[in-house]
Design a protein around this ligand. Structure first.
Ligand SMILES: CC(C)(COP(=O)(O)OP(=O)(O)OC[C@H]1O[C@@H](n2cnc3c(N)ncnc32)[C@H](O)[C@@H]1OP(=O)(O)O)[C@@H](O)C(=O)NCCC(=O)NCCS
Length: 151
């Protein structure tokens, strides 16, 4: 099993995976359209024709990108797959010349284990004023912002 860039044929599988967790309030909802439009940001892990994990990297600014839409299917949790997806996205960020990656998550402890450090949301003005303001959960989503230096 190898993490690879997502294809349009993976979108419904990714959407199903994310929606299952979003319905459980573990992640934010993400429309099919939002995934199609941003397909180049996504990586996936496929097993026997099924998408079992996904994640995305979105560039925010000259030195900053966001890790988002991270999900591992219930049956495959706890096998290091989430870690591998995050590391692959970090590699992608490095290749782009990005110095820091951040995330907004309901699972801060998972990211802290990978070296991410909690920061105040005010440190992410681009994110807040470009995306968060349009979110159905703004302003009190409860997600925790964390950052990681790639240097
Ligand atoms: C959070 C998630 C991506 C972790 O993926 P995973 O493949 O199960 O994680 P890994 O197996 O790589 O775990 C790495 C370490 O993090 C720990 N960990 C995993 N999930 C955790 C959580 N929710 N809280 C605290 N620690 C967690 C593991 O115990 C492991 O610790 P260890 O190295 O001491 O053994 C996965 O549980 C998931 O998809 N959850 C639902 C969606 C979600 O919450 N996405 C996060 C973005 S909001």
């Amino acid at each position: 099993m190898e993490i690879r860039p997502a294809k349009v044929s993976d979108v419904k599988g990714m959407h199903d995976l994310v929606e299952r967790y979003a319905n459980n309030k573990e992640m934010l909802h993400r429309s099919l359209n939002a995934i199609y439009e941003n397909i180049q940001e996504f990586v996936v892990l496929e097993n026997e024709g099924k998408i079992i994990a996904c994640g995305a990297l979105r560039v925010s600014w000259e030195d900053l990108a966001e890790i988002k839409a991270l999900a591992v299917s219930e049956e495959h949790k706890g096998q290091g797959i989430g870690t591998k997806i995050v590391k692959r996205l970090q590699e992608n960020a490095k290749e782009l010349g990005i110095q820091k990656v951040f995330t907004l998550t309901f699972k801060p402890e998972f990211f802290k284990k990978l070296g991410y450090v909690e920061i105040p949301k005010e440190m992410l003005p681009h994110k807040i004023w470009s995306e968060c303001v349009n979110c159905y959960l703004f302003p009190d989503c409860g997600e925790v912002p964390l950052i990681f230096s790639l240097n």
